[in-house]
Structure formats: C-alpha cells, structure tokens
Write a protein that binds this ligand. Structure first.
Ligand SMILES: Cc1cc2nc3c(=O)[nH]c(=O)nc-3n(C[C@H](O)[C@H](O)[C@H](O)COP(=O)(O)OP(=O)(O)OC[C@H]3O[C@@H](n4cnc5c(N)ncnc54)[C@H](O)[C@@H]3O)c2cc1C
Ligand SMILES: [Zn+2]
Ligand SMILES: [Zn+2]
Ligand SMILES: [Zn+2]
Length: 317
C-alpha cells in the first residue's frame, strides 16, 4: 500500500509505503512499519539531521496528511544515509543531461593486464570485468539489470579464459563484448547482420558480437543458433561469421532482405528465411528441430524435437 503526500507540508516526503501491509501479504506477521523516500537535494540535506529531528519532521508530514486523527510516535525509527555511506556514496546511476548510453558501455569495458580499457586499444587479455546496474545500458538502475550484467560479465570471463588454452586459438568465432564492436564501428547501428532487426528481441533473442581474426559481426542468439552451419556447445561458437558471409547472397522469402541463411531442407526447394521469418512461415524450431521445412513441405518433416533446456545466450547489452 502506497500513499502520496499532497498536504503541502514537507513535499520532499512525497510518498509513504506501508511495509507492514506488504509483509502481511507475503505471509509474515507484519509489524506496523511505514517507510518514506526522500530524493534530490533534500536527500542530501536530510542526511545531516539527527534521527530525532528526522523523525519529528516525518511526524509533522503525517500529521498534516491525517489531520483528523492522533498519530502515535513511532516505537523505533531507522534512517539510511546512502550519500555518506562510503560503500554507496549516493544510490543507483542516472543519466544527467549530456550523458548517453555510451557511458554505460564505458563503465562496462573490461581492463587488460596493462590497466588499459579495451575501448582504448586492441583487445589483449582482459583481467578485470565489471558487473552492476551501472554497466548495463538496457536496464540500468534496476535490480534485474544488475543481475543480467552479472551473466554478461561471467560470459566475458569465460570467453577470456577460453582464449588462453591453445586448442581454442584460431578455431571458432570468439564472443566479444559489445563495447569492442562499438569501439571499432562507432556509427554502425546495433542490428543483427542476419535478420537486420535492431536490438535484443523476444523472438530472436539477445544481440551478440563475435570476432574471427579481424572481422566482427553482431547477430541475434537465435538467428545464429538456428543457421544450419553454426555450432554452439559449451560456450564455443563455430561458423557464425561464415554463416553471415553466406547469407549476404540469400534473400528472405518472408521480408525480402538478405541474410536468409535458413533454407528449406526438402530436396529441390530453394525457399530461404531468417529465423523469425521462418517461425512466421509456420516452423517452430523448439518443437520441430533445426531442420527447417517451409510451409509447403512441412508435412514431409520427420518429427525431431530439439533437446529441451535453455538456449545459450543472454542479453549482451
Ligand atoms: C531506495 C532505492 C529503491 C530502489 N528500488 C528499486 C526497485 O523498486 N526496483 C529495482 O529493480 N531496483 C530498485 N533499486 C535499485 C537496485 O537496488 C540497484 O540497482 C541494485 O541493487 C544494484 O545492484 P548492484 O549489484 O549493481 O550494486 P549494489 O547492490 O549497490 O552492490 C554494491 C555492493 O558493493 C559494496 N561496496 C562498495 N564499495 C565497496 C568497497 N570499496 N569494497 C567492498 N565492497 C564495496 C556495497 O556495500 C554493496 O554491497 C532501488 C535502489 C534504491 C537505493
Ligand atoms: Zn537476427
Ligand atoms: Zn526475413
Ligand atoms: Zn520447402
């Protein structure tokens, strides 16, 4: 339960939350607990007040809102002081005027053994990786953004440590942080090199960047995984860039754009699609497997469902 403060008194106490009520909803006994939030410059000045003065100020606000009842003093009072907490120094990030989402990418950039950010030079071996709500341009300032950034950072660590084993050098396409792609292609739109659709998508999945020698591409997880030549196991990707190259010549029957690497496997059929366009054509990859059959030839398809399990990949932004 939330209520606002329209009394005119202490407008920086703009909202109160009945925490006891929320806890009761979750099955707990639910002590009567009220919480208020303070933001902006008032948050800074309020931190200077003693708990007694802060508590008195909050009581004045409550008395102004509920002028017709007598409100008892709280039996306990607790105030966070995030601004003066040395481990916090404020709260979550925000973009002031002049900042852009590129700043999140800078904060996300791994650091190599020389202490250089990858934005400054060539990739090298990365030693320090960053997670946290301040490192995601897609869901900043949020708990789920912090969580997703942890998945992304873990993938970067895996990619970096995999590289060091000699058997992997040169084989396969290496996942690289989107920051690396961006630093090499500062004006390129962040869109899939197979289906040409921008950003991470519910159907196509997260956008990933890959590098092989000096060539870099970005593709959706599913657009890559379901291209016939692409192999992906244990974080190792093969033939992603090969698939992008082949797709350049192949037009999609669904949307008319090139990059249609998924062709009907029925002998003699030349119909090709993007992953999403193939699904719109009536093929459910999760249900029917990777061997795509177009709507005309679907009745000849053997029933080969994919093994269940999460498909690889997370949002890379
Ligand atoms: C009042 C408030 C309300 C919010 N409401 C929501 C909401 O409704 N929904 C939502 O999704 N998000 C909300 N958020 C944001 C969310 O809580 C944060 O985005 C998220 O917790 C960030 O997680 P994190 O792991 O990036 O950083 P944090 O959770 O801040 O973790 C950083 C940790 O590092 C520690 N640390 C800092 N410096 C050092 C050091 N030198 N040495 C060792 N440790 C150090 C800190 O003590 C802290 O434990 C809210 C935040 C606040 C402040
Ligand atoms: Zn795509
Ligand atoms: Zn298409
Ligand atoms: Zn066909």
């Amino acid at each position: 339960v939330i209520f606002g403060n329209a009394s005119g008194k202490n407008p920086h106490h703009y909202m109160f939350l009945d925490l006891g009520h929320s806890l009761r909803d979750q099955g707990s006994v639910g002590a009567p607990v009220l919480m208020t939030l303070i933001s902006g410059s008032e948050a800074v000045s309020s931190e200077q007040l003693s708990n007694d003065d802060l508590s008195e100020e909050v009581m004045q606000t409550l008395r102004a809102i509920f002028s017709d009842i007598t409100i008892p003093r709280p039996s306990k009072f607790y105030a966070t002081r995030w601004g003066s907490d040395p481990c916090s120094r404020g709260s979550y990030t925000f973009l002031p005027p002049g900042a852009t989402d590129q700043d999140y990418h800078i904060l996300q950039s791994p650091i190599n053994g020389d202490g250089d950010s990858i934005l400054l030079g060539d990739v090298g071996t990365m030693r320090l990786f960053w997670a946290g709500e301040h490192t995601t341009a897609l869901h900043p300032s949020m708990a789920h953004g912090a969580l997703l950034s942890g998945f992304r950072a873990a993938k970067e660590v895996i990619a970096a440590t995999h590289l060091k084993t000699s058997k992997n050098v040169g084989s396969g396409d290496r996942p690289i942080p989107m920051t690396v792609f961006r630093s090499h292609h500062p004006t390129a739109p962040l869109q899939c090199h197979l289906c040409h659709l921008p950003g991470s998508r519910k159907r196509e999945g997260g956008l990933f960047a890959f590098q092989r020698f000096s060539r870099q591409v970005i593709v959706h997880n599913n657009c890559a995984v379901f291209s016939p030549e692409v192999e992906c196991a244990d974080g190792e990707w093969k033939n992603v860039i090969k698939s992008v190259n082949r797709g350049k010549q192949i037009q999609c029957l669904g949307c008319g754009k090139n990059g249609a690497t998924i062709g009907c496997v029925y002998r003699g059929c030349v119909r090709s699609f993007h992953f999403g366009c193939a699904e719109l054509n009536g093929w459910d990859f999760e249900e029917k497997g990777k061997e795509f059959h177009c709507d005309v030839h679907q009745r000849y398809a053997p029933h080969k469902p994919l093994e269940k399990g999460p498909f690889p990949g997370h949002d890379y932004l």
